[in-house]
Design a protein around this ligand. Sequence first.
Ligand SMILES: [Zn+2]
Length: 398
Amino acid sequence: MRHKGPIGNQDLVKKINMEHTIRTILAHRPLSRAKIASLTGLNKMTVSSCVDLYLQKGIVAELGTTGTSRGRPPILIDIDETGGICVGVDVEINQFTVLVTDLSGKKLESEVYPLEDKDPLYFVEAITRILANLAGVHNQRRLGIVGVGVVIQGYYNHNTNIVGFSANLQEWNGFHLMEELSRRNPSLLFYVKPAPYAGAMGEIHFGRSRLVEHLVYVTSSWGMSVGVYNKGELFTGSTGTAGRLGHSTIHMNGKKCTCGNRGCWEMYASIKALYQQLEQTPQQVPFADIVDNVNRGDSQTTSAVHELGHYLGIGLVNVINAYNPGVICIGGLLGLLGQPLLNSIWGTLRESIPARFLEGLDIYCSDLGELGVAYGAVSLVLDQLPGTIIRYALLEQV
Ligand SMILES: [Zn+2]
């Protein structure tokens, strides 16, 4: 059956062209109009009209010339990084971290606040006050707060926008987080994701994996979880619990897990497992001391980390066979264990997987440190920045 009417219209075409243009500027900044045209495949007049609209709205700026070509050198176009702010919020068990960046993702400030009350409405009220304050401080920026990424511990149902399950913040289970945040802050855009998904996005935007297309992010700061990124998208599954691999079975009759199953990967390869192996608690020995002990070669800690790496390797055999990643990034506290952990992981992988399936695979520990998840939260905002910019640019245009 033929379409009765046109399948596109001028406004839609204009929007698509503007999206190609701004995505290209953000990905290759700074660059000339001619370069934008060659990268997008759009003709130069179309690119110029899009760029002119962005210039007129103050979203991009002309930077001067490249000075490399003969004749009249081209003028470079770049986004005005100061035109707005991104806010990333990392909610942990007892505290939450707020990271503020400019539109290029450059850190402007970060602050840690106590989560004095576990009631999720307490958090909503606290973050609402903080956002109102930030909006006032940055009110000279024309785009203001372009978005707020909120990263939670536990699962988040992306169909219903309800917190599915948080083992460590059980008061949040079933909470309509997005609805409450939007109700209290109707002019702001919120993006909510669980920590492993945001961690993966943080690596793509800020970490060592900027040009990577297939990334698996394994994180543990107590329990354990995995985020899978494939060609521009997170693999989230039907409701948002994909990557719950901390609860995949690696021992048929193994240790009993909190989830009710036996022999879960998390019981052998997480930070919780490391403390159990050392017969210590975080209250007795802060994690920074464990890292120090590894770095100075303490035999008991080194041997526990070696065993942890072995079990991580066993679970990663399944991850590699399932997802064929180009890169595996180890994040959270786990990532602070560095090379001794990586050596042990590789030892197990080489014994378990034929060499041809490991060719070209890079495994590294995240460089983003304690702000890694907060940067992941900011990356949720940056990921949607082209759409936000286009909406702003087209305001009053149609
Ligand atoms: Zn389990």
